[in-house]
Design a binder for this molecule. Structure first.
Ligand code: ATP
Length: 645
């Protein structure tokens, strides 16, 4: 869906982003940025070299433009009755030598200009991708809740390529095409004004046709990119969850889901996508795009050659009348060709620019998007205005966590309250277990402590400081987090465990940490030990091993607060015991908050927080709660049944 730019500006805050009471656009809803100037700023560091390339381009093209005039002389010498045969050849030799020298110089200049422009393009796209990736990484978690990763991948790959082509190829080509056009027209008028007049009338006709066609192609290209983005989203989702896909034998369903956006050309024996109005696919848009593209070029070349023949016809008349020489006519025709070629080249470049304009809207939107929670990326100028002037970075963290009358809804579902008047106090170096039915809001509590989201009302404090006043990087570096389904990267075990630290870690430290997390023994058994690659997303690890690896990873950071979202998936007794031991050791000497599902974990906690219906209904020790809290009794009863089973 495109946003009406005027409407969007009404609805946006002073930073240019929508206020909270209107749906925030995701990357796909990004408004088009109509400024080509902004596109050009991407190439700012390359401007000097691009200017050199531009001069070489103008020079090379200029030399090429002069050749028809020289060749006209050669033709005229050839049929000049006043010269002898040898005099004619002498004159022609001089002219042709000059033609070859100019041609050679043009080729050398052309080589340098293409080399400079293409390498400048690579520099631009590499920088752009990095900046875009940085900007995406700096976004708040709410943004990722709403934006599909396939879309972002598409922004990083195809959209950036379109911008690369636009800045390093299309813009210079349009400029040169224009210069060539003006120069050719000037020379044509110099050769013969009447002939030039007739020809230009035809060229004007081409312009009249090209402009609406260009717009049409631009719109179709955008729709094509959008459909392709959707296809990419679906394939990324499925390929990222191949185990789930295969375990449900859902390959056919995934193929069908992909085909739904790609389209099925075999369904249309006459190629025409009859369902295009109901359902837009890359095939249906691509089909019309091919036809419109073909029509565009056919009209350009059709009208172009038509012009050529008409002007040639009129030219023959002028030669016959003695108004111009035959050489002049051949030179004139060359310029008509030049105009045709430069129009073709310029229109292709304009098509690229129109495509890039759509892509630039999406890319610049992401580049400019200011996250609602300041990013921990340091030295990022765009966050400076958002971060409080002096975010707090206390010398140390004690680890006292408090929720003060917190209410919260996820930004993607603002109408659904997830926490209501939630108040809780956790003392430093104690363990709190959050228990409650599924969907009660336990994981949300953990997310709020890391400031993945800001509370809607109330405050979350650490050592008495509102976490909104703390430096986000400082905060997150001191809060360890072990997810229910820990994310493990397709790296070595060592790289996975040292993921959270920027310093060198000795083997002894690594092993000590893994021993604490009950991970050393299984790692040491592998032939490559800590250098073992764990496969994409840790596919070669068992559930329990992944959890212990994730605990080791958190422990290496030595967090003051440890957040554990205990896995609900049942581990076998041995694994469960090992994980439990790891959790116990990890919890020593730090504030630990566990979303607990196992009785063994719950019983060990200093305080148990019973969450139900988005509120805390009781807090206390296991024995006290067992005595007075029916909800807790119910939870424990079910837990015991599960454990006995
Ligand atoms: N990223 C999100 N965006 C929108 N809603 C969410 C998001 N994450 C969770 N929710 C919703 O918030 C509510 C609380 O979810 P939460 O994950 O905190 O529950 P939980 O108590 O941890 O459940 P479980 O024990 O099953 O993990 C649920 O209704 C859930 O659908």
């Amino acid at each position: 869906m495109m946003i009406d730019s005027e409407k969007a500006s009404d609805e946006t805050s002073k930073e240019g982003f929508p206020t909270e009471d209107v749906p925030r656009p995701n990357a796909d809803d990004a408004p088009d940025v109509p400024s080509f100037g902004r596109l050009l700023t991407l190439a700012k560091p390359e401007w000097t070299m691009l200017a050199v390339a531009f001069i070489l381009m103008v020079g090379a093209e200029g030399l090429g433009l002069y050749n028809p005039v020289l060749l006209a002389d050669a033709y005229d010498y050839l049929i000049n009755p006043l010269l002898t045969t040898s005099e004619r050849m002498t004159e022609i030799n001089g002219v042709m030598a000059l033609v070859l020298i100019l041609h050679g110089a043009g080729v050398v200049g052309g080589f340098f200009r293409v080399a400079i422009m293409q390498s400048a393009g690579e520099r631009i796209v590499a920088r752009l991708r990095y900046d875009l990736y940085s900007s995406i990484l700096s976004q708040d978690i709410a943004f990722f809740d709403k934006t599909k990763s396939g879309e972002l991948v598409s922004r990083l790959s195809s959209d950036t390529t379109l911008l690369q082509k636009a800045t390093s190829q299309a813009v210079p080509e349009v400029c040169v095409g224009f210069v060539k056009l003006v120069a050719s027209i000037a020379i044509m008028f110099w050769i013969s004004a009447p002939l030039a007049g007739v020809t230009l009338a035809c060229v004007f006709l081409i312009f009249v046709v090209v402009i609406p066609f260009g717009k049409w192609i631009g719109a179709l290209s955008k729709r094509y990119q959008d459909a392709l983005g959707k296809a990419q989203t679906r394939s990324t989702e499925a390929l990222g969850a191949m185990r789930t896909v295969q375990s449900f034998a859902a390959e056919d369903r995934e193929r069908a889901r992909y085909r739904e956006v790609i389209g099925d050309p075999m369904q249309f024996p006459f190629w025409y996508p009859t369902d295009h109005k109901k359902h837009e696919t890359t095939y249906s848009v691509g089909f019309f795009k091919s036809i419109v593209n073909s029509g565009f070029y056919s009209i350009i070349f059709g009208v172009g050659f038509g012009c050529l023949y008409i002007s040639l016809w009129f030219g023959f008349k002028l030669v016959n009348d003695g108004d111009i020489s035959l050489g002049d006519l051949t030179a004139f025709q060359s310029y008509v060709f030049q105009i045709g070629a430069s129009l073709g080249q310029t229109s292709a470049a304009i098509t690229q620019l129109v495509e890039a304009k759509g892509a630039s809207g999406r890319v610049f939107y992401l580049l400019d998007r200011v996250p609602s929670i300041p990013t921990p990326l340091l030295g990022d100028d765009k966050n400076d205005e958002e971060v409080p002037p002096t975010p707090l970075k206390p010398e140390s963290m004690m680890g006292a966590v408090a929720f003060n009358n917190v209410s919260f809804s996820y930004p993607s579902r603002p109408d659904l309250p997830v926490l209501r008047n939630f108040s809780l106090s956790i003392l430093p170096n104690t363990t709190a277990a959050l228990v409650g039915s599924s969907g009660a809001g336990k994981s949300t509590v953990v997310a709020l402590i890391q400031r993945f989201y800001d509370v809607t009302d109330g405050s979350v404090t650490i050592d008495g400081n509102d976490i909104r006043d703390l430096d986000v990087k400082w905060l997150r570096r001191r809060v360890g987090y072990v997810q229910q389904e820990p994310s493990v990267f397709g790296l070595s075990v060592r790289e996975n465990i040292t993921y959270g630290v920027d310093r060198m870690v000795s083997q002894e430290e690594l092993e000590a940490c893994c021993e604490k997390a009950n991970a050393h023994d299984f790692i040491a058994q592998w032939p490559n030990g800590y250098e073992t690659l764990v496969g994409e997303r840790g596919i070669q690890l068992s559930g329990g091993q992944k959890q212990r690896l994730a605990i080791a990873r958190s422990l290496l950071v030595d967090p003051r607060i440890l957040l554990l979202d205990e896995a609900t998936s049942a581990l076998d007794a041995e694994s469960e015991h090992l994980v439990q031991e790891a959790i116990d050791k990890a919890a020593e000497g730090r504030t630990t908050i566990i979303v607990a599902h196992r009785l063994s974990t719950i019983r060990r906690a200093s305080q148990i927080v019973v969450v139900d219906d988005h509120q805390i209904i009781d807090v206390g020790s296991h024995d006290a709660l067992l005595e007075r809290c029916p909800k807790y009794q119910d939870l424990i009863r079910r837990q015991s049944v599960f454990s006995t089973k």
